[in-house]
Design a protein around this ligand. Structure first.
Ligand SMILES: Cc1cc2nc3c(=O)[nH]c(=O)nc-3n(C[C@H](O)[C@H](O)[C@H](O)COP(=O)(O)O)c2cc1C
Length: 189
């Protein structure tokens, strides 16, 4: 059974990221082992840029927080799904901290700069925006997803659902739900 890690970076419990997470969980039941990591409720500190992780050649971090505890799950999963809002045209702050901390997978002694145990993992980013330009945000999300290659996510897909300010409104948007179904299928394949 595939192991899928969901990283939810919304603070709105009744919002769209959480609504889609619930739907994904139901769809994946019995088909994959799914673990959800709710960044908003976790202690994910900023990267100290101390290079302490470069003293070893397996993913590690000197900080003792919820990100460090998650490193083995990030390294061993088959796929990761990020569900998140767009904040000020960018990744929300907690998710950017999460991305920065994947520096703990970077290894300058390797030709591909990665000490990830697996480098064939899939990554999907499904984002929500209230009013901004979806095409611009899709490029922004893709640019950020690319950086997860260091942690072994070599294949990625991005989708941004616009006009999503109303909490839970995703559940009434057939087109966006269709894309969510395609994302779920791709992650499970
Ligand atoms: C601090 C903050 C900044 C935001 N910035 C943007 C933005 O730049 N562009 C945009 O379209 N929506 C912006 N929004 C709206 C959210 O992206 C939108 O409400 C989204 O659907 C929330 O996702 P959620 O329901 O999963 O929490 C912002 C919301 C907050 C709270």
């Amino acid at each position: 059974m595939k192991k899928i890690l969901i990283v939810n970076a919304s603070k709105r419990r009744n919002g769209n990221s959480y609504a889609l997470e619930k739907r994904f969980m139901e769809q994946m039941e019995g088909k994959a082992e799914v673990m959800a990591f709710h960044i908003g409720e976790k202690d994910v500190r900023v990267c100290l840029a101390c290079d302490g992780c470069k003293r070893q050649h397996t993913p590690n971090c000197v900080q003792k927080d919820d990100f460090t505890a998650l490193i083995p799950e990030i390294d061993s999963c088959d796929a990761m799904l990020i569900l998140a809002p767009v904040h000020w045209d960018q990744f929300p702050a907690q998710l950017k901290a999460f991305l920065d901390r994947t520096y703990s997978f970077m290894d300058f002694t390797q030709p591909d700069f990665s000490m990830a145990g697996r480098k064939d993992k899939k990554l999907a980013g499904y984002f929500f925006a209230g009013f901004g330009p979806v095409d611009v945000y899709t490029t922004m999300v893709e640019t950020n997803l690319k950086s997860f290659a260091t942690a072994g996510f070599s294949d990625y897909k991005a989708h941004v659902a616009g006009d999503a300010n109303v909490p839970g409104s995703i559940m009434e948007k057939e087109e966006n739900l269709k894309v969510a179904d395609e994302v779920a299928e791709w992650l499970l394949a």
